[in-house]
Design a protein around this ligand. Sequence first.
Ligand SMILES: Cc1cc2nc3c(=O)[nH]c(=O)nc-3n(C[C@H](O)[C@H](O)[C@H](O)COP(=O)(O)OP(=O)(O)OC[C@H]3O[C@@H](n4cnc5c(N)ncnc54)[C@H](O)[C@@H]3O)c2cc1C
Length: 261
Amino acid sequence: MNIVVCLKQVPGTTQVKIDSETNTLIRQGIKNIVNPFDTYALEEGVRLRERYGGKATAISMGPPQAEEMLREVISTGADEAILLSDAAFAGSDTLATSYTLAQAINKIQEYDLIICGRQTIDGDTGQVGPELAEMLRLPFVAYVSKIEEVESGQMRVQRMVEDGHEVIDTPLPGVITVVKEINVPRLPSLRGLARAKRAVIPVWTAEELDIDRNMIGLAGSATRVVKVFFPQRVHHGEILEGDLEDQVESLIDKLREATIT
Ligand SMILES: Cc1cc2nc3c(=O)[nH]c(=O)nc-3n(C[C@H](O)[C@H](O)[C@H](O)COP(=O)(O)OP(=O)(O)OC[C@H]3O[C@@H](n4cnc5c(N)ncnc54)[C@H](O)[C@@H]3O)c2cc1C
């Protein structure tokens, strides 16, 4: 069974700062990590490979430094990793990201299952998984919490819904996004660390993909970040004067006023 796992490198903090001029993330001084949800996607891909044989391939679109993340991913079980990196991919929105990933997966050719995390912790849209399925014209299941079995080109999965679980049979090849309830990701092994050090990670540029230049990067993005801002907090605090009784009376009056208006 050949599995492709999509992983994104994200800033390892929720305290992101935005450049007000360019509306992009200020990345200096921030340590990057594997998007946490993608570690569950990877673990599931590696477990499937261990159970059914085949190969788990990690793929990421990002800047050159994402190679470091892909080495980490090899140390935790991926058989191989591919980095999609090119200045032409910069500024991609989710549509352009999904298109680029889809073209790379088309180039890989032999795959049975594509696994994504449910969402990233920076872009946070949860759109890439379903868009990828649409572009590859493959069946899609979101929020998968368990892969029960894979047999004869079919897969039975459980997906989380608001008040329980659904059990779904879906043909392969297909695309799923996974939730963190699906497994506990393993730590890097010594053997994995040695493999990661030696691994050659191919970098595919736009040139190497069968790609329509109008569908990648900023040009291929249907959306633009026009403005990024933090909502301003408006404080209407008031300190009540007098002794406790006066303060309570005053508070009751104010609450009555507020209820009436
Ligand atoms: C209008 C707009 C402009 C943007 N401009 C920029 C920009 O200039 N520079 C920039 O860095 N970002 C930019 N972004 C963010 C970038 O488009 C998103 O990070 C990217 O499209 C993925 O979306 P997401 O983070 O919401 O992923 P989600 O849809 O939340 O991710 C779901 C899953 O898809 C997979 N996945 C997502 N992204 C990748 C990836 N790159 N490689 C492999 N797998 C992936 C992972 O498995 C992930 O768990 C922009 C976003 C928008 C909306």
